[in-house]
Design a protein around this ligand. Structure first.
Ligand code: ACO
Length: 427
């Protein structure tokens, strides 16, 4: 049962057309205050106008806490800095969905479910043959997840909620297999089936890179860094894709179709697609040989270009995920003996922007996408798969929000508008 938001006992007074109304001020468990406008339209006939939800809390949630001013991110109360050091991505997925870390027994059962659900229905494998060559893996993934609804008939809300472990395991496990298959198909290689004896992250790397002519050696450093990246991407409260998931879920769309919408939202370059765009940008800077030119372009009001991997709607300081990723990026490249000249370009770009008045004034810092691509490159992951890895990480967060929303019997999401079109006309 979702906890109720607490009234503070204070009220905001609003005067509309001479009439004064009192709007209750509520407070969350970390001190966030909100004005509850639920009665506004009924009492005044007015709605609130807040395009892009710059000031709107769309729901109450217990899943993830962010403090954008202090650079804090916690899942179910646990700081991400502790989670990446102490638990696995699978534990984190369980934590997000259930609200608590698994006991040894729960962990064993969940791992068994992941293994049991790691294969794709064989008929689905043939779908991959019919996408055009060069199709973006994010679009393939979204399509394939939607198609899951047709292969698993018991997808009504109650059965999915009833066995949330099965629904979660099936999604987390099959989506990983689909992602690796999409990659293999894109390079014309035979697909590699999952192994029952490998951990979640090791299995993904194995399916991505093993080949009949060159067996893949799974390095523990590679498994650890992938584990860390997936944990850091696992949830981020009411971001664009999670809002898409909650919106579809509120219409009681089945979970697979709902997650497919999340994938589509995440693919946008202003959201998860930024990790691929960052590498394109760094390569472009390298070709042009000038970081300063790129920064000038980003500051030019007449140019729509933005520095990819910079800025965030919520963080007005360093994104805590970016801090961890930057540190781990250096360590990982060293351990793998990789010398990536794009890392130097990225560091120079960051260094200049952090001292530039334009970025300081607007509180624009590197976000989660800025350094992650350099790690993916060192892992051998091609650029068009970067956002797919983000999606693998974000799955448990989407499922957790879907479950929370369905459990709270939320009404269908249906915002209002202020109509500014033609008034009544006749033909
Ligand atoms: N480069 C240059 N200027 C920027 C950037 C940027 N990356 N981001 C914001 N600004 C500027 C805007 O031009 C605006 O300037 P103004 O006040 O003079 O008009 C000001 O900073 C505020 O920007 P908004 O667009 O109002 O900020 P918003 O919260 O709507 O956007 C967003 C956030 C989409 C992340 C934006 O910063 C951006 O486009 N960043 C680049 C894309 C990116 O990295 N996306 C990944 C985000 S993390 C994630 O989704 C996983």
């Amino acid at each position: 049962m979702l906890k109720k938001v607490k009234p503070t006992g204070e009220f905001a007074t609003l005067t509309v057309g001479g009439q004064q109304i009192q709007l209750p001020i509520v407070i969350g468990s970390e001190g966030e205050r909100g004005i509850d406008v639920a009665e506004l339209r009924k009492k005044t006939g007015c709605v609130t106008l807040d395009p892009s939800f710059m000031n709107t809390a769309s729901c109450c949630s217990e899943v993830t806490f962010i403090d954008g001013e202090r650079g804090i991110l916690r899942y179910r109360g646990y700081p991400i800095e502790e989670l990446v050091r102490k638990v696995s991505f699978v534990d984190t997925a369980y934590l997000l969905v259930h609200g608590a870390l698994p006991s040894p027994g729960e962990k064993r059962k969940f791992s068994q479910l992941l293994t049991a659900n790691s294969l794709l229905h064989e008929d689905m494998r043939h779908f991959f043959d019919h996408f055009p060559r060069g199709a973006h893996p994010m679009h393939i993934l979204g399509t394939m997840i939607n198609a899951l609804s047709t292969f698993y008939p018991n997808v009504d809300l109650l059965s999915m909620l009833d066995d949330i472990d099965l629904s979660t395991a099936r999604l987390i496990s099959t989506v990983r297999t689909m992602a690796a298959f999409a990659y293999k198909k894109s390079i014309g290689d035979p697909v590699v089936y999952p192994r029952h004896d490998l951990s979640y992250c090791a299995n993904f790397l194995y399916m991505m890179f093993d080949s009949p002519i060159k067996p893949y050696v799974i390095r523990p450093e590679a498994v650890d860094i992938l584990n860390l990246l997936l944990i850091l991407h696992a949830d981020h409260e009411q971001n664009c894709s999670t809002t898409a998931v909650r919106t579809l879920g509120s219409a009681q769309v089945n979970l697979y179709a709902t997650i497919s919408a999340g994938i589509s939202a995440l693919s946008g370059p202003l959201h998860g697609g930024a990790n691929q765009a960052v590498i394109d940008m760094l390569k472009h800077i390298q070709r042009e040989g000038s970081v300063k030119k790129c920064i000038a372009k980003a500051k030019d009001k007449d140019d729509p270009f933005r520095l990819m991997g910079f800025g965030h709607r919520v963080y007005k300081t360093f994104d805590p995920r970016a801090k961890i990723i930057k540190e781990e990026c250096h360590k990982f490249l060293k351990a793998m003996h990789v010398d990536d000249s794009l890392l130097e370009v990225a560091m120079e770009l960051e260094d200049i922007t952090l001292r530039d008045e334009y970025f300081i004034e607007r509180k624009l810092y590197p976000n989660v996408d800025f350094y992650s691509g350099i790690i993916y490159r060192a892992l051998g992951i091609p650029e068009n798969m970067f956002t797919v890895i983000f999606a693998l990480g974000r799955l448990p967060g989407w499922i957790a929000h879907w479950k929370e929303m369905i459990g709270a019997h939320t009404k269908i999401t249906r915002p209002r508008q202020i109509y500014v079109g033609e008034t009544l006309k006749h033909l």
